[in-house]
Design a protein around this ligand. Structure first.
Ligand SMILES: C[S@@+](CC[C@H](N)C(=O)[O-])C[C@H]1O[C@@H](n2cnc3c(N)ncnc32)[C@H](O)[C@@H]1O
Length: 464
């Protein structure tokens, strides 16, 4: 990576380039990579540069497999044999051409040519120009209807379609996994698992959601839902309801939303917000939140149990639990205690009994691919999933020891994979003494494009 200075309008693209370099080379998460790029380039990015850079970083990471399929037939050598810096420039340019309406195609091409020079690849300018122009000329404008030929139908992140004049995606054979994987930009193994576990229609819904820009979802503070809706209407900010949340579109920066200063909402996806409903907290209860950081569910539970109840939030030491502690202090959450511990070890957990115990387990994150944009890179094989299963088993078994008689045990993940969801719960029940637990509720939520994430929650009751 070069540290050459960007052209006058290239700051956002230059930041995006560096962030993507850091994701590739330093294995950083997308947001950390962009923050590091901003710091190295002097800090304090203009908000418009930040917004475009963040859109490009997330967009490229969501669609890179799709983009490489479109680039492939235009290049004499495969992507893996090209200069990685030139590939990053091409992907940033192609994402703008295929997925961003607000940037004219000619501007996406010319800014990519400049970016190639800015990042120390001036010799590649002609190559970048030729490839991006050829693709730009070889595609239809966006349209609402899906083109009929799956080898030439490219889904966009806003739900519309582009038709490619040349076929770029694999032929549909068998269950169609290879074609869907390429078009929606997921590894083949992930598409195969989605189809096998959720059927063709379910897989398609999951993939459509995975490529979409996620919603900005506000979970109103307990008892503040109507007031928040009224304040948004008064400020002429359009919103829609989804589960317990309000989805806000095109609203600008979160701190400027009505109710932010008063703490009237938390930013939380509807599916995640519904996990607190599965726990069903009642005023005055004592709740254990295992795997709690950074605390999205902790605060919903704390609001529901009120000042007469309490939540003990457990997570391993590290930056996530530090954020949870800071957020507790910022909110003055006096009914939340934060405990740093390895929750696989029952002896390390706070003493029970608790009225309810939530285990919001670390998982493969397949329900949140649109938000956790780096995750799809881990789905090429089952290794990451397999390594999580024993940890999950241990967390559930340890947490169960803290549930009081008649109390609730909730297992939740943001995964769509049966091995991490129902299979874990059934294995736990099979290992428990007869009739010690009563299965009470099980809910798998498939993601819905630009409306909600996917996830799973199950509730067991300890028989008195
Ligand atoms: C899905 S996230 C939790 C999200 C959180 N409940 C929320 O709503 O904001 C899973 C969490 O499990 C934690 N974790 C992983 N292994 C753990 C362990 N052995 N003991 C305790 N927490 C663990 C991770 O640090 C991570 O914060």
């Amino acid at each position: 990576m070069s540290s050459g200075a960007p052209g006058p309008d290239g700051a956002a693209r230059h930041l995006a380039f560096e962030a993507l370099w850091r994701v590739d080379e330093e294995s950083l998460l997308a947001r950390d990579a962009l923050d590091a790029a901003i710091d190295r380039q002097g800090g304090g990015a203009d908000p418009r540069d930040f917004d475009l850079a963040w859109e490009l970083v997330q967009g490229v990471l969501r669609t890179e497999i799709q983009l490489d399929h479109v680039l492939g037939p235009r290049m004499a050598r495969p992507a893996a044999d090209q200069d990685p810096d030139v590939m990053r420039v091409l992907r940033i340019g192609l994402y703008q051409i295929l997925h961003l309406d607000r940037i004219p195609r000619w501007a996406a091409v010319s800014s990519s040519v400049e970016l190639a020079a800015d990042v120390g690849r001036p010799a590649a300018r002609g190559f970048v120009n030729a490839i991006l122009r050829r693709i730009s000329d070889g595609t239809s404008p966006p349209r609402a209807e899906e083109p009929r030929d799956p080898e030439r139908a490219l889904p966009r992140s806003d739900g519309s379609w582009i038709e490619l004049w040349d076929p770029c995606f694999p032929k549909v054979t068998g269950d169609g996994a290879a074609n869907l994987a390429a078009r929606y930009g997921v590894p083949l193994r992930a598409a195969e698992r989605f189809i096998a576990q959720h059927g063709p229609a379910g897989a398609r819904r999951i993939l459509e959601a995975s490529i979409a820009r996620p919603s900005l979802s506000l979970r109103p503070r307990e008892g503040r839902g109507d007031a928040l809706a009224a304040a948004l209407s008064a400020a002429e900010i359009p919103f829609e309801r989804e589960g317990p949340c309000l989805l806000v579109r095109g609203a600008g920066r979160i701190p400027r939303l009505p109710g932010f200063a008063a703490g009237d909402f938390a930013v939380q996806d509807p599916t995640a917000a519904e996990v607190a409903e599965v726990v069903a907290p009642r005023p005055g209860e004592r709740i254990l939140d295992v795997c709690a950081a950074p605390g999205g569910k902790t605060f919903a539970l704390a609001e529901a149990v009120g000042p007469g109840g309490s939540v003990v939030a457990v997570d391993v030491p590290g930056p996530r639990i530090d954020r949870l502690r800071e957020e507790c202090a910022r909110r003055g959450a006096s009914n939340v205690a934060v405990v740093s511990a390895d929750a696989q070890d029952a002896a390390a957990l706070p003493a029970g009994p608790f009225d309810a115990v939530l285990v919001d387990a670390p998982c493969s994150n397949t329900g949140v691919l649109s938000r956790r944009v780096e995750v799809r890179r881990r789905l090429h094989d089952d290794a990451a999933l397999a390594s999580l299963l024993p940890l999950q088993r241990a967390l559930l078994a340890a947490a169960a020891t803290r549930v009081g008689s008649g109390g609730r045990l909730v297992w939740s993940t943001c995964s769509l994979d049966a091995e991490e969801n129902g299979a874990q719960v059934r294995a736990f029940l099979a290992a428990a003494p007869d009739a010690a637990w009563r299965p009470d509720l099980e809910r798998l939520t498939l993601p819905l494009a630009a409306r909600r994430d996917g996830g799973y929650a199950a509730r067991l009751v300890r028989t008195p």
